[in-house]
Design a protein around this ligand. Structure first.
Ligand code: GTP
Ligand code: MG
Length: 205
């Protein structure tokens, strides 16, 4: 994908604040600090389009970005970080659920996993949820640069087993080395339905 433009559109916490319009959306979801914002920046060749941080819980709003004015990337707040205030944690679930369940622009979710970590309850819940709502998913194992080549393969096999998906479904990725960048784009471009939605926003899926 040739990136001609990549721009921040707006932040939102509820549907009335989502951008209007018909651009198809790809949402990025994963544990806090896993590297969601870094993945977005790598895909669009920008250093700081989506704000990254070594402090987990940085992204607490739903952030929308327009790519080539043709597709929107949606940076969702990360789950599972213990030190986020309780009030923020309580809002996270409903905020994400509302977005995923009802956003008619949504075409796929990129599920981002740390390659070093075996998926647990939250990941299973999200996977069930994506299946239940028939949301297409792309699975990315990030921070691969932190493991040797052979350890990458071992972890990939293990994670595929735990998630009960085929290994081909998991893309090894690194924001540091850009490993897997093209594969993630290919997976996005292979999505069947990247055309604009018929009904502008907020309609039920
Ligand atoms: P929240 O918005 O807080 O949930 O975090 P996030 O998932 O958006 O993570 P972010 O992209 O901010 O990255 C978190 C930290 O991990 C930063 O210090 C990044 O530099 C680092 N990081 C992200 N991706 C990679 C990667 O592929 N390799 C390495 N080595 N570090 C990475
Ligand atoms: Mg982030």
């Amino acid at each position: 994908m040739l990136i001609k433009s990549a721009e921040f559109i707006k932040s939102a916490v509820k549907p009335s604040q989502y951008p209007s319009g018909t651009m198809p959306e790809i949402a990025f979801i994963g544990r806090s600090n896993v590297g969601k914002s870094s993945l977005i920046n790598t895909l669009v060749n920008r250093k700081r389009l989506a704000r990254t941080s070594s402090t987990p819980g940085r992204t607490q709003l739903i952030n929308f970005f327009s790519i080539n004015e043709a597709i929107a990337f949606v940076d969702l707040p990360g789950y599972g970080y213990a030190k986020v205030p309780e009030s923020v944690k309580r809002k996270w679930g409903p905020m994400i659920e509302t977005y995923l369940a009802h956003r008619s622009n949504l075409r796929a979710v990129v599920m981002i996993l740390d390659i070093r970590r075996i998926p647990a309850a939250e990941e299973f819940a999200l996977a069930d949820w994506l299946a239940r709502y028939h949301i297409a998913s792309i699975w990315v194992l990030t921070k691969s640069d932190k493991l040797s080549r052979s350890k990458q393969q071992t972890q990939k096999r293990l994670i595929a087993e735990v998630l009960a998906v085929s290994e081909e479904k998991l893309i090894l990725f690194s924001a540091k080395t850009k490993l897997g960048r093209d594969k993630v784009w290919q997976a996005v471009e292979r999505l069947p339905d990247l055309t604009p939605v018929e009904q502008p926003r907020n309609g039920k899926r």
